[in-house]
Ligand binder design. Structure first.
Ligand SMILES: Nc1ncnc2c1ncn2[C@@H]1O[C@@H]2COP(=O)(O)O[C@H]2[C@H]1O
Length: 825
């Protein structure tokens, strides 16, 4: 966010706004703070803002130097006499050498305002050569140079003056011996010379100020050639101070340059600067302005803030900090901003995204325009804070053709859903039905006294649990056999058995059993979907994934344990309604978590609350502090990763890290006709392993759509029922309806599934399936999709329709007997 603000672009800003003014101010102040900015041109600052006092020239005695080869020249005499009349002083010399000697000698003391050169006799005095030599002499830029020519020569060639002007003359004048004419001429010349002397002096003062800035300053002409750089610039980039004009592109690139050269008036954007002594360019925040006295640009100013450790060695020293904190300017808002930024710059912070932008910007150097355009677009995207926020592909088509899918995907992915639909309820705190009432203070209804589970897994249950690591595990049969307590049984079989979580956590099996029991008890059996069968299903999927070679070789036992714990607890105390519903209803959980990740925060928090609440349940009690912290971190991270509003964020990160982009791939790197090429080298970094774990639990959480058809269908029926119940409740309580299309009377379940698989499942499962080498994930998803399409065409719509199809399928399938429960309490 900080970077975003810092690099915020203010293209063609309204120059009169206080913000615009504050932003334009810099340590090199070009305009006085109290001077109003006038928005009269499209350049900044407009000429009216150059303070008159800065270029004011007090009247001073006129000094004239005449260079006439002929000692008795009447023209020269008239000029000298006019100067004396005007109260000034005149000297005359006869040749170029004398003139240049005098100028060099008197350089600091008696530089004349006006030099008149006799150009009538080129064979005696080469006026053009002399003019060039004078201009090449130090401190003569302001001197007003007049060439005297014969009238015949003057009138002969209408462009004849050009040669004189190019040589450095300011004016070409026809010879005259009229003293009055001379008087007028020299007075005008003095004024002009004095004026340019004052302007040059003012420029020198500003250049001196720039030299004393910590910021790197460069000023270019309208051709983007650098005309002036300050000492910081030279020091940091390894330039010499006296370096002549050179194209800014040789030194700088990036967004700042793009804005500068595309007509932006003032801007804040990153600039990449090439250092002569170092191979890598640096990227700095840059403020810039386009200057021009008329509508055309004359100069472009770049002011780049060096980051900590770069540039001024004094920065960050006690001395400089103290100086900064006592600075009166720091009480002004702009001063405050700069002071706090300076402090931030002192911190050892650098986001990887900064480096990425810097590298990309550097890559534009010398690249063809089409490449530059692509890179700049990419940099623009990278700079937004909404880097991974979902952007639906083909959104219009989806909206037009399938409002149900739009409704579902929108509700799952959109963070704005709540606010958009928010309708104020007056004094209606208890808007949740008793069916789902929950909050942090009421749900701690630990079942730890019920420790007498005799986990006799005999007969059918044992047989079933023996298949717990197959992808077509009969989860609903487990639900039946355990009378709605599948989690404890499956958890014990997988966590206690196959994965030996007890060894990893150094706890006994009894504690694990108590923990599973407490966790399962805190799922709402009344929910059709978000109940402990769903938790068991997700646990089973995670266990299945953990068995894959890629993960087996990757995760430590304690990490695998954390993954299984997360899966088992990831939806604990789910009320059967979405976070959006809770926010709209002003539920205590929404208040507690500020409408942000409400359910997931609650699931994670409650998991730890219940676990730590009772020693008999506390599977973490024997862990040392560091291991506990690590496990806690992993569990929280994985549970929070199940939040669907961050779906694309997690998916995009995973794909970006583990898949090399193939040449034909589209911008997001996911939707490409060419096969993605898996690259697992990034697994050596722990932060990337975190991405794997997030992806694992995410895929497990929605794996129902990638299960064999009969399971997928039952899960679809269950989630649809839960959605319908939410809509019923929203309508009954006059709450905003989060998914209006999910009305039991009208909603097409097949179409909701087609949308879900198309927009959520396929991309994600493709990425995950290739990573863990499990093609059946994608195969099942595709075949389920096809099946839903066929049902849709066959007119299957409602829950009743789906149930009818399920019954028909069951009759066709070989019968399965529902076993008597064998678990005793
Ligand atoms: N088969 C499905 N059809 C539609 N939505 C689903 C399906 N499976 C999971 N979901 C949604 O995906 C969400 C994943 O996170 P939750 O478990 O919180 O809630 C889940 C449901 O809202």
């Amino acid at each position: 966010m900080y970077r975003h603000t810092k690099f915020r672009r203010r293209r063609c800003s309204s120059s009169g706004s206080p913000g615009a003014r504050a932003g334009r101010r810099s340590s090199l102040a070009l305009t006085p703070e109290d001077e109003p900015l006038v928005d009269v041109t499209n350049r900044s600052p407009p000429p009216a803002n150059i303070p008159t006092a800065l270029i004011y020239s007090p009247p001073e005695p006129l000094e004239l130097l005449c260079v006439f080869p002929e000692r008795t020249s009447r023209v020269c005499a008239a000029a000298c006499s006019a100067v004396e009349r005007a109260g000034g002083e005149a000297r005359s010399l006869r040749c170029a050498r004398e003139t240049l000697d005098a100028l060099r000698r008197d350089n600091d003391t008696r530089v004349p305002h006006v030099i008149v050169v006799d150009a009538r006799q080129p064979q005696q005095l080469d006026a053009l050569l002399l003019a060039r030599a004078i201009r090449g002499t130090k401190n003569t830029q302001h001197v007003y140079l007049i060439a005297i020519v014969k009238k015949s020569a003057y009138l002969k060639d209408e462009f004849g003056v050009l040669a004189y002007l190019e040589a450095g003359f300011n004016r070409v004048m026809v010879e005259t011996v009229n003293t009055t004419a001379w008087c007028a001429e020299v007075l005008q010349a003095r004024s002009s010379a004095a004026c340019s002397r004052a302007q040059i002096a003012a420029t020198a003062a500003l250049a001196a100020a720039a030299d004393r800035c910590r910021d790197l300053v460069a000023i270019t002409d309208d051709q983007q050639r650098i005309l002036l750089t300050n000492k910081s610039w030279c020091r940091m980039l390894g330039w010499r101070l006296e370096e002549g004009p050179r194209p800014i592109h040789e030194a700088a690139g990036g967004e700042a340059l793009r804005l500068a050269t595309t007509g932006a008036r003032d801007w804040e954007a990153p600039v990449t600067l090439r250092r002569r002594a170092a191979p890598d360019p640096i990227m700095l925040p840059c403020r810039g302005a386009t200057i021009g006295l008329t509508k055309t640009t004359s100069h472009i100013v770049f002011v780049c803030e060096p980051s900590a450790g770069e540039g001024d060695r004094g920065r960050g020293s006690l001395h400089s900090i103290r100086r900064g904190s006592l600075d009166v300017r720091s009480v002004a808002s702009d001063g405050l901003r700069r002071t706090s930024l300076a402090k931030l710059q002192g911190l050892p912070l650098e986001a990887p995204i900064t480096k990425v932008i810097s590298l990309l910007s550097a890559a534009t150097e010398g690249a063809p325009p089409s490449t530059v355009a692509c890179i700049e677009r990419a940099v623009d995207m990278l700079r937004t804070s909404e880097l991974y926020s979902p952007q639906m592909r083909d959104e219009t088509k989806l909206r037009v053709e399938d409002p149900i899918a739009t409704d579902l995907i929108g509700a799952l992915l959109s963070r704005e859903q709540v606010n958009q639909n928010l309708v104020y309820m007056q004094g209606n705190a208890n808007v949740l039905s008793s069916r789902r009432s929950s909050n942090d203070s009421t749900v701690v209804r630990s079942q730890t006294n019920r420790t007498n589970i005799k986990h006799k897994t005999t007969g059918q249950l044992r047989e079933l649990l023996d298949t717990a690591l197959s992808w077509d595990f009969e989860i609903f049969r487990l639900e039946d056999l355990t009378r709605g307590r599948p989690l404890a049984h499956l958890g014990l079989a997988l966590m206690g058995g196959r994965f030996d979580v007890c060894a990893a956590l150094e706890c006994d099996e009894r504690t694990l059993l108590h923990w599973l029991t407490v966790i399962e008890t805190n799922y709402h059996a009344v929910n059709t979907y978000h109940n402990s069968t769903h938790a068991a299903d997700v646990l089973q999927a995670v266990a299945y994934f953990l068995e894959k070679d890629r993960l087996k070789n990757l995760l430590e036992p304690v990490e695998a344990a954390a993954a299984l714990i997360s899966a088992a607890a990831h939806d604990i105390d789910h009320p059967g309604t979405s976070s959006a519903f809770l926010c709209n209803a002003r539920h205590p959980l929404a208040i507690l978590y500020n409408d942000v990740s409400v359910l997931e925060s609650h699931h994670a928090a409650l998991t730890f609350k219940l676990t730590l609440n009772d020693d008999r349940v506390n599977i973490f009690k024997n862990l040392d502090r560091d291991t506990y912290k690590t496990v806690r971190h992993h569990v929280i991270d994985m549970i929070l990763a199940t939040e669907m509003t961050k779906h694309f964020e997690h998916l995009a990160k995973f794909v970006n890290v583990f898949y090399a982009k193939s040449s034909g791939s589209k911008e997001d790197g996911m939707h490409t006709d060419e096969p993605l090429s898996l690259d697992t080298t990034a697994l050596s970094q722990p932060e990337n392993v975190l991405l794997v774990k997030r992806m694992m639990i995410k895929c497990a959480d929605v794996s129902n759509a990638s299960r064999p058809q009969k399971f997928a269908m039952e899960w679809a029926r269950r989630i649809a029922e839960e959605y319908f119940l939410q809509t019923d409740e929203e309508k009954a309580k006059d709450l905003p309806v989060v998914m209006p299309m999910f009305d039991r009377a009208t909603c097409s379940i097949p179409r909701s599934q087609i949308g879900f698989i198309d927009y959520i499942i396929i991309d994600m499962m493709e990425a995950w399936a290739a990573f863990i080498d499990m093609p059946e994930l994608v195969n099942h998803a595709r075949s389920n999709n096809q099946h839903w399409r066929e049902l849709d065409e066959a007119g299957v719509t409602t829950l009743a329709d789906v149930k009818r199809v399920q019954r028909q399928n069951a009759i066709q399938a070989p019968p399965t007997t529902t076993a008597e429960p064998t678990t005793e309490e």
